[in-house]
Design a protein around this ligand. Sequence first.
Ligand code: OVV
Length: 400
Amino acid sequence: MGIDATAIRPVSTVDPFSHAFLTDPYPHHQAMREAGPAVWLAQYGIWAMARHQEVRDALTDWQTYCSGAGVGLSDFRKEPPWRPPSIILEADPPLHTRTRAVLTRILSPAAINVLRETFTREAEALAGRLVARGSFDGVADLAEAYPLKVFPDAVGISEEGRENLLPYGNMVFNSFGPRNDLFEKAMANAAAVRDWIMSKCSRAALAPEGLGMQIFAAVDAGELSEVEAGMLVRSFLSAGIDTTVYGLGNALYCFAQYPEQWTILRENPNLMRLAFEEVLRFEAPVQTFFRTTTRAVDVGGVKLADGEKVLLFLAAANRDPRRWERPDSFDIRRRATGHMTFGTGIHGCVGQAIARLETEAVFSALVKRVKAFELVDEPVRRLNNTLRGFDSLPLRVVPA
Ligand code: OVV
């Protein structure tokens, strides 16, 4: 009872959702890693973890660190969520086990490989057009254009209204943070965007052969209800676009910033998969996710109570010097697998095969055609409470 004289509580006053932090998070990540295995963020009354070991341990212990109370700052047990919770992302076993099994099957590497021909053809055509133009915006013309074409096609949704997909992703990923300016701005026009998304999630709206209709096949097999199937299509449309858009943009940025790494890739195209892992480690498109404790837990001597929000800094784990040599250098030849950008454990990214396929298709098409990328103007960041990436990347390419 009473005060535990040995208890330690590292504290930080930093706001991880401020413009300053989001613009350049890396010095703050370092400070949080050095402050302790878990750090109390006084401004929000939450815990944060920034070391690789602790982030990994939390992600692999879903019994202690649950997702059902939401994977953002908001605690769904205390305040109503802005939309009905995702039945995969914001769910725990046993519900999660059942929904996850369906998506694991539909998005398995073997199932996704069926898309390779189409994805490659689209990437070759787009890369050909852009390299012929010579200069373009790496974000609008490539990082957004490509996923916005191939992913909705693969899911099987209509062409009409696809301009709602990016605003919806912006809403979803900003909503994991506090109700700050980024959140409020993303929610402008929320009702119309949400209505369009939901209208695309029904059986009637989906093409017969797509990934969306494959979810409805699981209803016919007795694995899901009709309503649950629609909710999982919503998960595709929530998680499937912005993540890859930001990932492709960050990859372009890395290769423009470190041209010698592009040269290495051109000389060894077999490094493609490793190179993508290194982009994900070095400039993680998804920076953070929250969990909520289900019991009191001791994290390396720091005591967390039951029912507390824990902010997991995936991107800080990715540059933890306890885990990585030269963590702040972008080196496509390193073994970057083990980064936390896809998470790990039962909630580890279920769409990673399709993310890898998109990136491989785009960069295989570029590696044949582009000798070098040059930034012709300052890249402009697009700040987001969860994602890290760009609003524009004014690029010129030197053709191969
Ligand atoms: C991984 C992720 C991100 C955002 C939304 C969802 C999943 C969802 O299931 O809605």
